[in-house]
Design a protein around this ligand. Structure first.
Ligand code: SF4
Ligand code: FES
Length: 368
């Protein structure tokens, strides 16, 4: 049976970023500026995506504002008929630039939050003065009237700030907040000792979110990604592998999820060599874990196999060493108990230092 057409495309326009968050989902091997796709190629990819059925385009990075041609890219995406969402830390956006993006037709902004005060936000982002600049950008976004989602990334060091993050979303006039507990891929995998929430924190966050969802119904939509090492069932990662979306990374490789390059036996097609349609329907990486046929037990005979598709392939690889294994978050996985014990061990490393995201050989990469 032919797979469904994708709904969403995440375009990692660049891996350059003024921040250096230790939980960045970018790969540990970052792509340099001279290997990034140029404006025309991205514009062609946006048209191909729309032809393929994609409706939503998420412009991400790194920091997408580090691309000088961001406004041109938004124009190209809108011309292709895509709904455009800018995922940004806000750093690098001026009032003038935001006005240009508005005029170009940008539909929505998703602003990341590293902490709810300067001390926390600047320490986690590794960027002095970042919080102040972000708050200024939030004000400009409100003045222009962009539909806004606040993306609060939470972990052991800042989970106590969750109630304040919910307040800030309302103060900023956001329609939605994504309460995203760090998922341990990419740089975050290097930082499990420093960032793993305790079990008590994870439970408290579940309680706060459930309560806030009741209280703020009709005012603020709360999307929630819980601390999955402490859960009993895994997330439906990427909505199911090769089911609803894909990522194009700065050098043109097309991935089924942001951490797919961590699975060593997969190879990834590039938009320079093949059409997006060919890559989506026929690409080896996309077909590797599509549907349910690849599953072994306990997933194969499980009633939830079309609900969560066995969880996250990258997590299965990282923890169990086998990308086709049941995500060890699942209570039916033989590795579930070990994962929970591992989570408690990481969470107990109170003095663990943060390992900041960096290009090889550099502390941080300066913003343009
Ligand atoms: Fe999901 Fe597999 Fe666990 Fe069933 S056994 S709940 S399909 S991860
Ligand atoms: Fe790759 Fe979950 S991050 S499948």
């Amino acid at each position: 049976m032919k797979p469904p057409a994708p709904i969403a495309m995440l375009a990692e326009l660049t891996h350059r970023c003024p921040l250096s968050c230790p939980y960045c989902s970018n790969p540990v091997e970052l792509t340099r500026q001279n290997a990034e796709l140029d404006t025309q190629t991205w514009a062609r990819v946006f048209r191909e995506a729309a032809d393929l059925g994609v409706l939503q385009l998420h412009l991400s990075g790194g920091e997408p504002a580090s691309r000088r041609d961001l406004t041109e890219l938004v124009i190209a995406a809108r011309e292709a008929g895509l709904y455009t969402n800018l995922i940004t830390s806000g750093i690098g956006l001026t009032q003038k630039r935001l006005g240009e993006l508005d005029a170009a037709g940008l539909d929505h902004v998703q602003l990341s939050l590293q902490g709810t005060n300067p001390e926390m936000a600047d320490e986690i982002g590794g960027y002095n003065g970042g919080f102040k600049r972000k708050m200024q950008v939030a004000e400009w976004l409100g003045e222009i009237g962009f539909p806004l989602t606040l993306n609060a990334v939470l972990h052991r060091r800042n989970l106590h700030q969750l109630p304040r993050a919910l307040e800030m979303a309302q103060e900023m006039g956001a329609r939605r907040i994504e309460v995203a507990t760090v998922q341990f891929h990419g740089w975050a995998l290097k930082n499990r000792d420093a960032l793993m929430p305790t079990r008590a924190q994870a439970q408290e966050a579940n309680r706060i979110v459930a309560e806030a969802r009741k209280q703020l119904k009709g005012t603020l939509v709360i999307d929630y990604v819980p601390a999955d090492y402490h859960e009993d069932y895994p997330k439906r990662c990427m909505g199911g592998w090769g089911t609803s979306g894909f990522n194009v990374i700065p050098d043109g490789q097309v991935l089924p999820c942001h951490a797919a390059q961590s699975i060593p036996h997969l190879s990834f097609d590039r938009v320079q060599d093949k059409s997006l349609a060919d890559i989506w329907y026929n690409g080896e990486a996309f077909n590797a874990y599509r549907g349910t046929e690849w599953m072994a037990e306990p997933c194969q005979s499980c009633e939830r196999k079309t609900i969560d598709f066995g969880g996250c392939r990258c997590q299965a690889l990282a923890i169990v060493g086998d990308a086709s294994a049941t995500d060890p978050v699942c209570i039916k996985s033989p590795h579930h108990g070990a994962l929970q014990a591992q989570a408690d061990t990481h969470a107990a490393q109170v003095d663990a230092p943060l390992v900041y995201r960096a290009f090889p050989g550099k502390e941080t990469e300066p913003a343009e």
